[in-house]
Design a protein around this ligand. Sequence first.
Ligand code: NAD
Length: 505
Amino acid sequence: MADRNISIPIRQLFIDGEWREPVKKNRLPIINPATEETIGDIPAATADDVDVAVEAARRALAGEWGSKTGAQRAKYLRAIASKVKERKLELGTLETFDSGKPWAEADADMDDVAAAFEYYADLAEALDSKQKTPIPLHLDQFKSYVLKEPLGVVGLITPWNYPLLMATWKVAPALAAGCAAILKPSELASITCLELGEICRDVGLPPGALNILTGLGPEAGAPLAYHPHVDKIAFTGSAATGSRVMTAAAQLVKPVSLELGGKSPIVIFEDVGDLDIAAEWTIFGCFFNGGQVCSATSRLILQESIAAEFLDTLLKWTKNIKISDPLEEGCRLGSLVSRGQYEKVLKFISTAKSEGATILYGGQRPEHLKKGYFIEPTIITDITTSMEVWKEEIFGPVICVKTFKTEEEAIELANDTQYGLGAAVLSKDSRRCERLTKAFQSGIVWVNCSQPTFCQPPWGGKKRSGFGRELGEWGLENYLNIKQVTQYDSNNPWGWYKSPTPSKM
Ligand code: NAD
């Protein structure tokens, strides 16, 4: 169980393997969203610090870090995983202090962090044997092979909903590929990302291989995106910021990968079977992490014939969710991450009401919690497809319900969104599930469940949910330059031009 007495470490920026005060010496407060108390502060980087970090990263690439093999890099990744495991209780508790998420969820996040570092250690090792793979050609006198090289210095910009885990989804493959990285976590939750710096020091990661710059988006993130010596930006966050990052990167034709928001559907058919099982997946799909999940299945698309009975079951499960101090045993819904997010979610709910929707359950601060940014799990019905709550990503514990009669209608409703990250279908008819799987305009499909995520399959979306894939081997490819090497392997002249010395022909 969490230890409430764990103190917040005082850290600086992590640059070139050491803690450095920001050039402008600014700091930002850390607010525990479950208590609204200021519990510490983080350094606030600006463009000057970005310059220093980029130089350190370039030196690392040209020096010790750049000379490591995949197998050698794997050792560092495994050592990081093992330190995360060793400090799991502390890191999970710090994550809860910072984000307001239930401690059990933060604890599970730390398992996922360690697992991702281990997984990419394996991939780093395997990379060595994938070098110089021959490419068969139709001309015998040529030989061709491919080198998989680190892309260079990469900027990794991440959000607050899974602070250390989202950072890990980028840091682990970037280091596995041999890149030198600069991580810019969200200013709303940076504690555990800074602790990753301490872990890198502990395991002796070569200086500059990973640099961590905390600070505000426009002050620390934007200069990274615009920096001429950053070779790629991997971004996870909102569509609006993603568009800004892409615009910045476009000035230098810098590659970007974008993991953006979502408004994912969960479609439940009358042949779903056990309604309790379906109800649990529905609440897990939308209320886990307080609904602050990019892939949250926040649009419930329900077959009309079971709608009344299913909503009764859903209500029963929703009322049973323990909403409390996130460090309390059994908590399943903590606070939202910040006052800003809390107000934004409440505004979505009040707009839905004013547009004529029905708040079937929740919609406000729970009576028993007087402080902290808590919102009850909320179910909204009587929705039209033109309403804001149907169209916009809420990023809170709010599910919007619409019913359908036919499968065609269900598909149309499911795809009625500018986003395309996840989608779920629940039905006992496997052919129907396959049809829906094909029809969903999304990068991820869950069948008879919603949200389980593993590090081996790819992660990412289409439409306005972004492009590029994280996790799995695709996550590693994000950070590799694929270099074609073609060699002329013959003693004969090429013979395209007429030789000036004919005797040689
Ligand atoms: P955000 O866009 O506000 O911020 C994300 C990051 O970008 C932060 O580190 C922020 O400081 C930085 N940033 C802000 N302005 C910037 C600028 N001008 N230039 C460069 N960087 C800048 O997003 P958020 O509120 O932290 O996170 C929530 C969003 O993230 C949601 O939309 C959610 O769906 C999305 N998300 C997506 C995924 C995915 O895998 N697709 C995963 C998690 C979260």
